[in-house]
Design a protein around this ligand. Structure first.
Ligand code: COA
Length: 373
């Protein structure tokens, strides 16, 4: 069997960032406006007053301090509260494709590869710009890659699922090299008017090159020792946006086609699912958790990541062992664990073992165990 390696990663970060204070100021202006509009009903007890958000709560509950977005002005306009994105024609690249291409070019450069070396592209992310043609085929075309491409949506766990598909293709000789791209405009499916979750998402794109270890020219390579995936159905993180929305006899409320979650339940149910998966995966490879130098965990909630790492290690993780990027990026869905890897792997030495672990809606979870070469 051919040994597969991750030989390059790339990251696209949108230029605009929103701090918690800026976000909360907008949300609270919305609350004041709505409460004023419904003052009579609130006074009569037939409507409930909306409660303000707070930066202190956000940091304490999630660890998030800021998020990058593709359009700050729309999100922070109290009359809009969503990104405003220019409509593009069919002959123009989609926004997600452009972001993905930017991350992909960096990953290729870092791997010392060009488009001519790749023959498999996967767009693995939470939301596609349209059902078809596939985003991955669009990215393939923009990069000038031959071969094949397809989309894969396993929500926040998409990166791990995409890497497994790429590793399998390389190991079996079905692809000389593969590119996994994770473009996310989470700001487009977040309900910025929902106090429970208005702070949790941000936008970014990542990319990963997977190729045979033998012959890889990158100085920065990680042999993939194993991958493991798991899914378990739950509606606790759900988005009902879909192609049948317009056909449904009873129209859905506007906020039913955006992201929603039961955050507490997700926290409680996903932590054991992920820590069990990681423990079992490492055991199957004969690796002690204590021998893992770094965990690149999905970046949704700091408390959740600390708890997962604590369950796996049997003690609190250090910041070096479980690096954090969600303070700056918030939850960027499929891109989060790859951003952590991209930004925090340079100091790992040959022989160091690291784990990339992504998890989210579905529920879905995946781990990629790798060794620096
Ligand atoms: N500002 C101030 N207070 C807020 C608030 C806000 N923006 N949002 C909620 N609150 C209040 C609630 O009303 C509640 O008040 P109460 O105790 O008086 O009823 C209290 O804060 C706790 O709310 P809760 O929703 O239970 O908070 P939490 O500690 O569970 O944190 C999340 C919320 C979303 C940060 C957290 O549940 C989470 O991250 N879960 C995991 C989600 C996840 O990983 N999802 C994956 C997505 S891919």
């Amino acid at each position: 069997m051919i040994k597969a390696a991750i030989t390059g990663t790339g990251l696209y970060t949108p230029p605009q960032s929103i701090s918690n204070d800026e976000l909360v100021a907008c949300y609270n202006a919305y609350v004041e406006k709505k409460n004023a509009e419904r003052a009579e009903a609130i006074a009569a007890g037939s409507a409930e007053a909306l409660q303000p958000s707070s930066s202190e709560f956000i940091v304490k509950a999630s660890g998030i301090k800021a998020r990058y977005v593709v359009d700050k002005s729309g999100v922070l306009d109290v009359d809009i509260m969503r990104p405003r994105i220019a409509t593009r024609g069919n002959d123009e690249p989609s926004l997600l494709a452009e972001m993905g291409v930017s991350a992909a070019r960096q990953a290729l450069e870092r791997a010392g590869r060009t488009a001519a070396d790749i023959d498999f592209v996967i767009a693995a992310c939470s939301n596609m710009p349209r059902p078809y043609p596939a985003l991955a085929v669009e990215i393939q075309n923009l990069l000038g890659i031959q071969g094949y491409a397809y989309d894969m949506n396993v929500a926040c766990a998409s990166a791990a699922f995409g890497i497994q598909a790429a590793v399998d293709a390389v190991r079996l000789g079905n692809a000389r090299a593969a590119l996994v791209v994770n473009p996310e405009v989470c700001s487009g499916h977040l309900n910025w008017r929902n106090r429970d979750c208005h702070f949790i998402f941000g936008d970014a794109a990542t990319a990963v090159v997977v190729e045979p270890l033998d012959g890889a020219v990158s100085q920065d390579k990680f042999e993939v020792l194993g991958t493991r995936l798991q899914t378990q159905f739950s509606s606790n993180i759900r988005n009902n946006f879909g192609f049948l929305n317009e056909c449904e006899i009873t129209p859905r409320p506007w906020d039913d086609v955006l992201f929603r979650q039961e955050g507490r339940k997700v926290f409680k149910e996903v932590v054991p699912m992920v820590s069990d998966l990681l423990g079992a995966h490492l055991a199957s490879l004969g690796i002690e958790p204590a021998d893992v130098r770094r965990f690149f965990l999905h970046q949704a909630n700091l408390n959740m990541n600390e708890l997962i790492a604590r369950k796996v290690l049997g003690r609190d993780p250090s910041v070096e062992e479980a690096p954090v990027i969600l303070d700056e990026y918030a939850n960027t869905s499929s891109a989060g664990s790859v951003i952590a890897f991209h930004k925090h792997h340079a100091d790992l030495a040959p022989g160091d073992v690291a784990v990339l672990c992504a998890f989210g809606a579905g529920y879905s979870a995946g781990s990629v165990v790798m060794k620096r070469v």
